[in-house]
Design a binder for this molecule. Structure first.
Ligand SMILES: [Zn+2]
Length: 102
């Protein structure tokens, strides 16, 4: 993995780190991760930037495992029956009185 630092002098909205999956807000200096083949992975968080090679690899493996689980779930859901349930009404304030002993 190659990390390029880019001084943009811009403000950014919260993002998801490309290597650990955690939410973070990028600073004006972006840390951009690329594969050795030059494929852009995205912006990485400060924790990943300063994690060191071994810890960064561990964080990336953990994120990959979570993504793999999500892929498995999506593939299972894609095979399920598609069903839109009728509109429900959220309970009102009456619910707050239930179980409070009064
Ligand atoms: Zn990260």
């Amino acid at each position: 993995m190659q990390i390029r630092l880019l001084n943009t002098d811009q403000f950014y909205v919260p993002s998801r780190c490309a290597t650990c999956g955690e939410r973070f807000t990028p600073e004006a200096v972006l840390a951009l991760a690329y594969s050795q083949a030059g494929v852009a992975l995205g912006t990485i968080c400060d924790d990943c930037l300063h994690a060191g090679r071994a810890t960064l690899a561990q964080r990336a493996h953990g994120y990959a495992a979570r993504l793999r689980q999500h892929v498995d779930t999506l593939e299972r859901v894609a095979e399920e029956v598609f069903d839109v349930l009728p509109l429900e009404t959220a309970p009102g304030d009456d619910r707050a009185c239930v179980g409070n002993g009064t």
